[in-house]
Structures are given as structure tokens and as C-alpha cells.
Design a protein around this ligand. Sequence first.
Ligand code: PS7
Ligand code: MN
Ligand code: MN
Ligand code: MN
Ligand code: MN
Ligand code: MN
Length: 352
Amino acid sequence: VHERDESKDTPAAKECFKYLNKTSRSFSAVILELHPELLMVVTLFYLVLRGLDTIEDDTSIPAKKKEPLLRNFDDVLDIDGWTFTENRPEEKDRELMLHYGCVIEEFKKIKAPYQAIIKDIAKRMGNGMADYCLKSENDEFGVNTIAEYDEYCYYVAGLVGEGLTRMFVEAKFGNPALLDRPHLHNSMGTFLQKTNIIRDVREDFYDKRIFWPKEIWSKHVDDFGDLFKPEYREQALNCSSEMVLNALNHADECLFFMAGLREQSVFNFCAIPQTMAIATLDLCFRNYDMFLRNIKITKGEACQIMTESTQNLQIACDVFRRHIHSIRKKNRPQDPNFLKISIACGKVEQFI
Ligand code: PS7
Ligand code: MN
Ligand code: MN
Ligand code: MN
Ligand code: MN
Ligand code: MN
């Protein structure tokens, strides 16, 4: 563990850590344990992307206004004291946007290569979000094809994987060969994003947002909203299991990626969210509760996973094995994707 002397933090650094804790339930813990070389760098990366997402998520901002904000969000890092006051009062990270100046102040102090990575990813993610925002304005279904679903996940999460990988390699904490395997770091982000999209389906739908691709749900129901009606219970379960199958296809690449990490705190930072994700997919798999209420893995299970995934790759793989086994046990021959799910599980087991 890397002990940190908080009394040496500048007021702006203190503020950054305050907003990190306020804006992320799950990430702040793993970020704060990072090696000192990457601690502030990844904190700032997180806060910049959280800022972008706070603009993207605010449906009260008209698309015409939102588009340039998203596309030029990287430029804001050059404007001392920049602040954004136009989020609706209920937007959960409005507070960060009001005090964004602390992010800008600390950003100027980190090494140039890290600054360049953060700006580059913010630029590309902002452009991707803007394209998607315009598209969904003209299309009630949001995501139509699986290819579009993959593209959206690439913009909002795969790119985070790329940026973090470049940081790990810059810090000499990751095998540089990871940079030549874009599929692997895209899968690291996409696996987390798809799990989030599966689990949050109900919450997102009541927020008038649909991320499940029509190409998948239309095989099971005519209207997306039918998934939440008790008379379509079986269809909803089969649809969600097809979504889990789609996400599971990234699991082996995530394990492969983690084999390329060379520093314990970076390994933990990567492994904890991934093992939480496989546990969450297991929880969602053929669990009708996800259509009725918000579901979450228990505190106890989360604690156990934290302990296990912070030892080594072998033990993190054990967590994957356990949940793959549990998914297999819940798989049903009546499910149209029974065979494909069994094969996808086999592909992960082959790695571990
Ligand atoms: C820089 C750690 C480790 C190689 C804010 C971590 C929202 C799933 O839907 O907040 O808002 O509730 O629960 C994270 C790859 C990105 C991908 C994406 C930046 C892993 C802005 C996480 C996180 C790459 C767009 C958080 C992608 O979910 O979502 C840092 C390696 C932010 C990672 C968003 C989602 C992240 C997400 P929601 P959450
Ligand atoms: Mn969240
Ligand atoms: Mn978003
Ligand atoms: Mn969000
Ligand atoms: Mn610009
Ligand atoms: Mn979500």
C-alpha cells in the first residue's frame, strides 16, 4: 500500500479528491489506492470524463447546446476557473461542474504526456457522445443495431480503456505490447459498460433512455416497454439472457488484458471492477427482479470479491470461474440462446 500524506495536498487537490468521492461510489476506492505516480493523473482523468458524462446525461440541455459543449470539452482544460452552471438542479454531479476550476488547476501540474492522453480521450469521447446525442434526437429507439451498441460502448468506455492503458505503459506499469492490442483494452471498458447497461435497464427506461439494441430486444418483444409487463416475463428473461451473452463475449479478453499488468495497485484497480462486473452479470442472469427494481450485489459479496481480486490473476480468475459456473447452472434449454451461452461460458473456462 502507498501511504499518502494528505496534509501536503494543495487546496485544489483536496477539492479534486472531494469530488472524486462525491461522484463515484465504486471507483474512488480503487483510484485512491493507486501508485503515487498515477493517483492524481487517474483522479483527473476520472473527473474530466465524469464532467463529460454529466453534460451527456442532462436531458434538460437541448441537443443544439449540448453538441458543442461535448465536442469541445477538452478545450475547457485551458480556461482557468471555468465553471458550468446550467445543469438541472437534480443532476447528481452538478456540484463538480460548479467547481470544475480545481480540476483545471491540478491538470496543469501533471506531466505533459498524461495531459495529452486525457485531452485526446476527452476529445474523442466528446465527439462520439455528440454524434450519438444528435442521432438519438432523430430516432426514438436510440441504439438500433448491435454494431451501434458496440460503437456507443467504445466511445463511452472502450476509450477509457485505451487512455488508462496508455497511462499504465507511460508509467512503466504495463506491458507496452498492450498498446498493440486495441481489442483488449476496448473489451476492458466495454465489459463494464455493457454490464452497467444490462443492470440499469429499468432505471434508464424510466429516465427515457434505451441502450439495449433494438436488434436484440425486437426478437423478444414488439415494444421495449413490454419487457416490464408481467405477461411478457419469459420474453424478458430470454432477452436479458441474450444481452448477458453479448457481454460475456468480452470476458476472456479482459482476463487476457490483466495478464499484461506489472504493478500491484494497477492490477487491483483493473481487476476489482472486472470481477464486480462478472458477479453482476451472474446476478442479472435469468433474474426477473432486474425488471421490477434496482438490483445490486450484496456488501458481503462485494467485500469477498475485493479481497480475492487483489491477490493475483489466478485468484481473480477463480472469481470468474465461480460466476461462469453459476451462469451455466441457471442456463435453460428453453432459452433460444441456450447453446450459444454454453459455448460462451466454455470460451471463458478455456482461458482459466
Ligand atoms: C478514468 C477510472 C482498466 C483498462 C466517468 C474504468 C459513464 C462503465 O451509467 O458511473 O453513469 O451510472 O457506474 C473512469 C479499462 C467515464 C471504464 C462510462 C472514467 C476500464 C465516462 C468505465 C469513468 C475502463 C462515461 C462508469 C466506463 O460507470 O456509469 C476512470 C481498463 C467515466 C473503465 C461513462 C462508464 C463508467 C463506465 P453511469 P458508472
Ligand atoms: Mn453509476
Ligand atoms: Mn452517460
Ligand atoms: Mn452516467
Ligand atoms: Mn476544440
Ligand atoms: Mn448506468
